[in-house]
Design a protein around this ligand. Sequence first.
Ligand SMILES: Nc1nc2c(ncn2[C@@H]2O[C@H](COP(=O)(O)OP(=O)(O)OP(=O)(O)O)[C@@H](O)[C@H]2O)c(=O)[nH]1
Ligand SMILES: [Mg+2]
Length: 265
Amino acid sequence: MPPTDRVTHRGATLVIMPTYVEAENLERVAAALLAEVADVDLLVVDDASPDGTGDIADRLARDNPRVHVLHRAAKQGLGPAYLAGFDWGTRNRYEVMVEMDADGSHPPSALPHILATLAADPRLGLVIGSRWVHGGGAVDWPRSRRWLSRAANVYARLALRIPVRDITAGYRAYSAAALARITEHQTGSRGYGFQIDMTVRTHDAGFGIAEVPIVFRDRTAGSSKITKGIVVEAMLRVAGSGIARTFRPRGANQRQRALAADKSS
Ligand SMILES: Nc1nc2c(ncn2[C@@H]2O[C@H](COP(=O)(O)OP(=O)(O)OP(=O)(O)O)[C@@H](O)[C@H]2O)c(=O)[nH]1
Ligand SMILES: [Mg+2]
């Protein structure tokens, strides 16, 4: 049964948590979030996980009015799950929407800082919980994975010419105004490519982007859904958008930014 639309959430914050086979993690991670940050609601977007994650989400929603669940019929990847979550959040009038993994990698203790940063500057459309700014990091990651993430970010930053240190990060908060501009015609790639594409769209639409440090922890239970295909998809997308941005008419980005600034003033 689709969740009913409500109009009581204008001005509020929704944390969207996509899940696929996270039965070992969801309850603990949701409880930590709701305890740590009093004034956010949680939407779990489950893609028919065969391990009963969706049933756990339903029970959490029954027990706590702050929790909502969107069930989708089959596993379709991270991007489409988030787009469905943003759509639900927009229809329910949330003004800030947060992306957060269900595996415990994203510390809820960092969320107040992320939200305060977004609220403090109306020019910002996106605040990223960043591993690769001063004070951030990834503990218990093997050195090889740390370097892979850093190298991917350097590659993306150079190819896209965007001043963001952690463009693949999955812990981030968007204003509803930015989402309204950037989700149009977004089809949603499966993983890192989605995060990169959304960051580029935010930047090109003229919204500011800030990064605040987070310390990312490797998942301690359940298994990763990241595949080689998702990594290759992201690299190809970066190459494609890098080339497209190179050949865009001079000043196109600046014109778009000026337009956004006009609209928001
Ligand atoms: N709804 C939905 N959620 C997904 C899908 N793929 C991954 N997720 C969820 O998205 C979040 C991130 O996926 P992870 O596998 O943890 O990706 P990651 O954090 O880059 O990889 P690890 O560091 O290995 O955990 C988790 O909460 C997953 O359960 C999907 O196809 N549909
Ligand atoms: Mg993870």
